[in-house]
Design a protein around this ligand. Structure first.
Ligand code: ADP
Length: 348
């Protein structure tokens, strides 16, 4: 038994629902023969649906048992295929509920990364509450479309060094199209045509909760990890748990970078040392501990955060505000870097 022999045998396995064998399809990235009883097969697939994977595993196992020996144990190592190798890290920002500050945090993360010199893009996929164009002060802009070799490339708008694409550019006044199965179709079509060039980081602002758009985004991209934002009250926490459960589903399986507690407490500018815990104390911090997911940090309720969002000028870029306020974001950013490094080291 050697690699070529195995590859020839595997040519007899046809991709479920297609007319091509798995070798010609290119889904087998490596075969490792450990000894004459144990082999590891590495595969990468664009469509990671569990039932398709299981079928392929079953066909491979059957044919190897039939053609070589029933004693061979086959281990499968699956990696989702990365269509976007021009983008180094893709971070999704999610939440259980709307209005908890997900877009505010996505905006500040993207602005910070760009300020640090990283090539950064942001994809606003929150089609039901698209606030990214306001937060980046590009509300009235429209992306340019350039036809290259018959393909329409959508050129993202750039502000504060961040390349910005929002589905809102294309859906203003057309909400009815954005229901049901049409959503996924249009989304995939548009995403394919966005011309990001090379990025170190793509930040994706997901809609709140769990739904079709999440599934489409997870299918399209190989996500490095997801950050979940929540306010601390009990009512929000049960939704956070549902969101976490979605990212843990077997054929989605996106690593969770950590949780952020937004609107953790209120600070009055005149008495900056006094914290008012309007929505309860440490709700998300405690949840992180209980379920063993990293806690990335907390952000207080500050008038200046809301003002910055409304004015389209991310607070993290504003040099005229109290540095202590910016430190809440910087602390979180350092934790995010640390967690991403861990994920990369663990081979995720
Ligand atoms: P989501 O994306 O979760 O729907 P947004 O980021 O759009 O939420 O935030 C909702 C509103 O709350 C916005 O007006 C935003 O400026 C404001 N906001 C978010 N976080 C804070 C905060 N920490 N302090 C004050 N206002 C905030």
């Amino acid at each position: 038994m050697d690699n070529n022999h195995l590859k020839n045998i595997l040519k007899e396995v046809i991709m479920p629902g297609e007319n091509i064998n798995i070798i010609d399809k290119g889904i087998i990235s490596n075969i490792e023969i450990l000894n004459n009883k144990n082999i590891i097969i590495y595969l990468s697939l664009e469509n990671p649906a569990l039932h398709i994977r299981n079928k392929i595993y079953e066909y491979i196992t059957n044919i190897i048992h039939k053609k070589i020996s029933n004693d061979i144990k086959i281990n499968f190592n699956f990696k989702k295929f990365n269509k976007y190798n021009n983008i180094k890290n893709i971070i999704a920002i999610a939440s259980g509920k709307g209005g908890v500050g997900k877009s505010t945090i996505a905006t500040n993360i993207a602005a910070y990364l760009s300020k640090q010199g990283f090539k950064t893009g942001i994809l606003d996929a929150d089609i039901y509450g698209p606030s990214i164009p306001i937060m980046f002060n590009i509300e009235n802009d429209y992306p340019t479309i350039i036809n290259k070799n018959g393909i329409n490339n959508i050129i993202p708008i750039i502000n504060y060094g961040v390349k910005i694409f929002s589905f809102n550019f294309f859906i203003q006044n057309k909400p009815s199209v954005w229901r049901g199965p049409m959503v996924s179709k249009i989304l995939h079509q548009l995403i394919k045509n966005i011309y990001w060039e090379n990025l170190d980081f793509l930040i994706i602002d997901l809609p709140p909760g769990t739904g079709d758009i999440h599934l489409s985004i997870m299918q399209e991209f190989l996500i490095t990890g997801v950050i979940i934002v929540s306010t601390p009250q009990k009512i929000s926490i049960s939704d956070v748990k549902k969101t976490i459960a979605m990212f843990n589903i077997d054929n989605i399986k996106v690593p969770i970078i950590g949780l952020i507690e937004n609107m953790a407490f209120f600070i009055d500018n005149e008495f900056p040392n006094k914290k008012y815990f309007l929505f309860g104390k440490n709700g998300i911090k405690k949840l992180s501990n209980n379920i063993n997911i990293p806690f990335l940090g907390e952000i207080p309720i500050l008038e200046i955060i809301c003002e910055s969002s409304d004015n389209g000028y991310p607070i993290i870029l504003n040099n005229n505000i109290n540095y202590n306020y910016k430190n809440y974001f910087i602390f979180i950013m350092n934790n995010i870097f640390e967690q991403i490094n861990k994920l990369i080291l663990n081979g995720n």
